[in-house]
Design a protein around this ligand. Structure first.
Ligand SMILES: Nc1ncnc2c1ncn2[C@@H]1O[C@H](COP(=O)(O)OP(=O)(O)OP(=O)(O)O)[C@@H](O)[C@H]1O
Ligand SMILES: [Mg+2]
Length: 460
């Protein structure tokens, strides 16, 4: 016997028992004489399939079908009709009925149709459990109970289902944009296809094009002789994640737009059109609307990338998540570094909640990682966090800066220390991404790289 559950809803007792007798040896069957009774029962035992009479007393079959499809769209419904009432049948099929049978019921025809319906349910269930397994293996946990982030996640799961809709993810640095891009991929029907990521900020303009679109034989000096597939081709039937999409050059933007509109593109130096199906998910922490006004980002591309836009709220807007996130990172790093830290003191928790998280979750994660390393445990304290130095001794001012001693002070050295501190902290916050770190410091990225190199040279 299979574990499928079937409801039979018909006001005629002979029909109910006639069908039940045939199905019972194979399936778990429940019978109801009204739609109302069946709908109520669904709250306790949800069926896989409902055989639903159209002409019922009280709520009729079509209205019941609508109610089922609204509350439990995954339940399959097969209509039973007394005569071939074309209009009702058409309306039922439009509302999402799987099939229909006409009374007097031919049992072999009904059994065949049920067999097909249940086979497709079985496949769907198998696919769902495979997808859950993929999610478990590939997705880091997504922590967040606040209403704002719950709403975002509901929305993300919903849009993930349409496999080719472009999604643009906006939000400050470290808010979890990449994690959301992964969620879109692994919760979409393309989950078994590849998830290919390109960081548009880490490559110079000319290279981005050949990386993205590939190139043909002899396209430029230094190119691999046989030509090369681009990332779009690598992402076929999966997801292409364009991270930091605000950094794309205008030429690359034009080509990308064409690809999004037509689904086709030329490799660099090529004349043959390539067609690829993939979903494009993009993300940026830059203000694209401002960039449009400045002529740095194409307006048409903005709308094309953002057919669906997800705005990830900053951590400061969801302080109620801080505790969960901090505990999650505490457990992770405790296990990783073989520490026994299991709690966060209430003062430390208050400090975490009061802090201004400009680097968002990434910054919180880094703070906890460092605290676990230096903490002596079992409880993580405010001191371990090192969030704000409240130092009031002789060697430092109340702002945490060194005092001028009677010998004076090496102001240049102090300034260099401060600069070094910010250069490194910004890099930490940006997860090692130098362009993003430069943006955090409102600095040109060439200047940032130059300063960072100098810092390394002086051995800091
Ligand atoms: N809700 C969350 N639960 C658990 N971990 C999270 C969550 N959101 C983000 N993280 C973690 O925080 C870090 C930063 O997230 P992510 O890289 O997705 O941010 P981002 O928005 O892409 O940042 P950037 O703009 O700097 O690229 C990652 O290590 C990620 O796993
Ligand atoms: Mg990112």
């Amino acid at each position: 016997m299979s574990d499928f559950i079937i409801y039979i809803v018909d006001d005629e007792e002979t029909i109910r028992s006639g069908i039940a007798v045939v199905l019972e040896p194979e399936y778990t069957v429940y019978t109801y004489s009204t739609a109302e009774a069946a709908l109520e029962a669904m709250d306790s035992v949800c069926p896989d399939l409902v055989l639903l009479d159209i002409g019922l007393p009280g709520m009729d079959g079509i209205a019941a079908l609508k109610a089922i499809k609204e509350s439990r769209p995954e339940v399959m419904v097969m209509m039973i009709t007394a005569y071939e009432d074309v209009n009702s049948v058409i309306s039922a099929m439009k509302t999402g009925a799987y099939d229909y049978v006409i009374k007097p019921i031919q049992m072999d025809r009904l059994e065949l149709s049920i067999g097909n319906a249940l086979e497709s349910i079985k496949l769907k269930k198998e696919l769902n459990s495979l997808q859950e397994q993929y999610l478990e293996e590939n997705m880091p946990f997504f922590i967040g109970k606040s209403d704002v982030i719950q709403d975002v996640m509901e929305f993300v799961k919903l849009i993930a289902k349409s496999p080719d809709t472009p999604v643009l993810i906006l939000g400050e640095t470290g808010t979890g944009k990449e994690l959301i891009a992964k969620t879109v991929h692994f919760r979409s029907p393309n989950f078994k296809g590849p998830l290919v990521t390109m960081n548009c900020a880490s490559l110079p303009g000319e290279l981005i094009e050949s990386e993205l679109f590939g190139y043909e034989k002899g396209a430029f000096t230094g190119a691999t002789p046989g030509g090369k597939k681009g990332l779009i081709e690598e992402a076929a039937n999966g997801t292409l994640f364009l991270d930091e999409v605000g950094d794309l050059s205008l030429t690359a933007q034009a080509k990308l737009l064409r690809f999004l509109e037509e689904g086709e593109f030329y490799r660099v130096g090529g004349t043959r059109l390539h067609k690829v199906e993939t979903r494009v998910v993009s993300a940026t922490n830059r203000d694209l609307k401002k960039m449009i006004v400045q002529g740095k980002f194409r307006k048409d591309l903005f709308y094309r990338l953002g057919v669906v836009t997800v705005e990830v709220p900053s951590l400061n807007r969801r302080t109620s998540d801080i505790e969960h996130l901090a505990m999650y990172f505490l457990q992770r790093y405790s296990a990783k570094f073989n520490r026994t830290l299991t709690r966060i003191s209430s003062d430390a928790l208050d400090a975490l909640k009061a802090y201004d998280w400009t680097g968002n979750i990434r910054e919180l994660k880094n703070v906890i990682e460092r605290a676990v390393l230096i903490g002596r445990g079992p409880e993580l304290t405010t001191d371990d966090l090192g969030l704000c130095r409240v130092v009031q001794n002789n060697t430092e001012t109340s702002a945490g800066l060194p005092q001028i001693s009677s010998d004076g002070i090496d102001l240049h050295g102090v300034m260099q220390d401060i600069e070094a501190f910010y250069l490194k902290t910004a890099l930490d916050m940006a997860g090692g991404n130098e362009s993003a770190a430069a943006r955090l410091l409102r600095m040109n990225h060439h200047t940032y790289r130059y300063k960072l190199r100098k810092l390394h040279e002086t051995g800091e």
